[in-house]
Ligand binder design. Structure first.
Ligand code: HEC
Ligand code: HEC
Length: 474
């Protein structure tokens, strides 16, 4: 029930040092579309095979992307009542515990001040007006919640397409993923007993209408009252200093109040938080980038893409990008090692030893909340991918979707790269020469400057309208 131990190297002096990337990158409004034409309007000639491949990247129509596949693990995945409740829960900071790190200084980069409770909502790191990614934290790479996390918060647009979640695959369902941020001392720093009591006090009617009777969370002989400070780690308390330091480095905290419950009551509490997860999942499944100009191009409107963008599409196919960035969402939903060396992000954070999916998939297999366990409404065998490849995926991360990619302020799993053109040149040179774990699957490509500009123009053409406005607020 605790977050994975963080082994990252955290260098001292967060936040206050000068930050080259901060002022300038802003929220990265997409620039003018690079035509890269340099005078040429030459159009690529797609072979029949390439046209067929393009059709797999936009399989429905000029205006639609496929809906999320059914999720058998969540009987309420497509229940509109659950989605409406999930939308409220997603924006509610009232489930979170104390802010621990001193970088919580009340500025716009933080969610409050150190020591405050009730400040961190899901929407605090997945900002609705920024495609549900973190454009708030200084450096726009790793996130500051209660403390600093280790990886970049991905956009949640089209997250309903994935079965194995997170950069490393450590959650196998949207309903069990929220236990990660809720119980991580560096994210929401809360406990599931506190969350269940809050849900009972504030959302009981709505939850019971969907999921049936809740356990009597107000029977305090069975369920002792806990406060938002349940982790017992308060930055003000001298005695708890050791616990707080441990928490900031991701060490699991003692959830003694939960462990003291009977096994049946522990399950009852967990189920309440699972229902929270199933509601949020129903909401998340509605978030999509949506179809854009690329889809119009594939479905009979050749003018929807400029000549440069069309050449970029051809280069995307001819240089093997679509082997990993495949399907309607440009992701095979698998894990790959692209030979990416760690870089300093958020001024002073260098993650030198992220094992990626080899550790993440082992965690997914061991998770009692997984789709194989008693809290799942069904098992479609999605974890078999994990069992067959866990352990062999050192340094591999999940292929991100490229729909709406140009609006992200930084790229890759810790935000190591902060401009899309630099991602293109990274792939063109076949990754970094050294410094990463595992074995790089890429090789250098013969792409000149003009071709790289075309590829960039194509990536920018993968924008869509983004989530419906009605989904962007509680
Ligand atoms: C402190 C910032 C923070 C908060 C708060 C937070 N997240 Fe995240 N979220 C992240 C980061 C960082 C990742 C990626 C972590 C990783 O892969 O190791 C992530 C990943 C995810 C993913 C997986 C996306 C994918 O493509 O695999 C989902 C879903 C998600 N968060 C939903 C939520 C929900 C629901 C909540 C609230 C219960 C929440 N998050 C709270 C930072 C946050
Ligand atoms: C071997 C599989 C593979 C191939 C081939 C591949 N990619 Fe990727 N791509 C990935 C993975 C995995 C990541 C994330 C890596 C990480 O964060 O460690 C990624 C990240 C990206 C990103 C950043 C997205 C984000 O949100 O961070 C872009 C853009 C991208 N790829 C474009 C391309 C282009 C263009 C090509 C072809 C020139 C290409 N990729 C080829 C697997 C691949």
């Amino acid at each position: 029930m605790t977050s994975p131990r963080r082994i990252a190297t955290i260098v001292a002096g967060l936040l206050h040092a000068a930050c080259a990337a901060c002022g300038s990158s802003g929220t990265s409004a997409p620039g003018p579309i690079e035509t890269g034409d340099a005078g040429t309007q030459a159009l690529p000639i797609f072979t029949d095979e390439e046209r067929a491949l393009l059709a797999t990247l936009s399989p429905v129509s000029a205006t639609e992307l496929p809906p999320p596949p059914p999720d058998v693990s969540n009987a309420h995945a497509d229940d509109p009542r659950a989605a409406a409740l999930g939308q409220k829960l997603f924006f509610d900071p009232g489930f979170s515990g104390r802010l621990l790190d001193g970088d919580n200084d009340g500025s716009t980069h933080a969610l409050g001040r150190r020591g405050e409770t009730g400040k961190v909502a899901c929407a605090g790191c997945h900002l609705p007006e920024h495609d549900f990614l973190d454009a708030r934290t200084l450096g726009q790479s790793i996130s500051l919640g209660s403390g600093w996390g280790r990886r970049r918060a991905p956009s949640l647009l089209d997250v309903g397409q994935a079965k194995l979640l997170m950069w490393d695959g450590r959650h196998d369902a949207l309903y069990n993923q929220p236990f990660g941020p809720l119980e991580s001392p560096v994210e929401m720093n809360s406990s599931r007993l506190f969350v269940a009591e809050q849900l009972h006090a504030r959302y009981r009617d709505e939850l019971e209408a969907i999921f049936g009777a809740m356990p009597p969370m107000d029977d305090h002989a069975r369920f002792p009252v806990v406060s938002a400070d349940v982790t017992g780690c308060s930055p003000a308390g001298v005695d708890t200093k050791v616990a707080c330091d441990g928490a900031l480095h991701g060490m699991p905290l003692d959830h003694a109040e939960f462990d003291a419950l009977s096994p049946a009551d522990q399950d009852a509490v967990t189920r309440v938080v699972v229902d929270f997860g199933k509601s949020i999942a129903a909401y998340e499944r509605k978030l999509t980038c949506g179809a854009g100009r690329f889809d119009a191009f594939v479905h009979g409107k050749p003018d929807a893409l400029s000549a440069s963008e069309q050449r970029g599409a051809a280069l995307f196919l001819r240089n093997g990008c679509a082997t990993c960035h495949s399907g309607a969402f440009f992701s095979d939903q698998r894990f790959h090692d692209v030979g990416l060396a760690p870089k300093l992000v958020a001024v002073t954070f260098l993650d030198a030893d992220d094992e990626g999916a080899s550790a993440g998939l082992v965690a997914a297999l061991a998770d009692p909340l997984s789709t194989k366990g008693k809290f799942s409404d069904g098992d479609d065998g999605r974890l078999s991918v994990a069992s067959s490849s866990a352990g062999s995926l050192r340094g591999a991360f999940r292929t991100p979707t490229l729909r709406c990619v140009s609006r992200r302020p930084t790229f890759m799993h810790t935000g190591q790269i902060d401009a899309l053109e630099d991602v293109v040149s990274f792939f063109a040179r076949g990754g970094d020469p050294a410094g990463f774990l595992g074995k790089n699957e890429l090789h250098a490509l013969a792409l000149g400057a003009d071709e790289q500009r075309d590829l960039l123009a194509f990536l920018r053409a993968l924008d869509g309208p983004g989530a419906a406005v009605s989904l962007r607020a509680p």
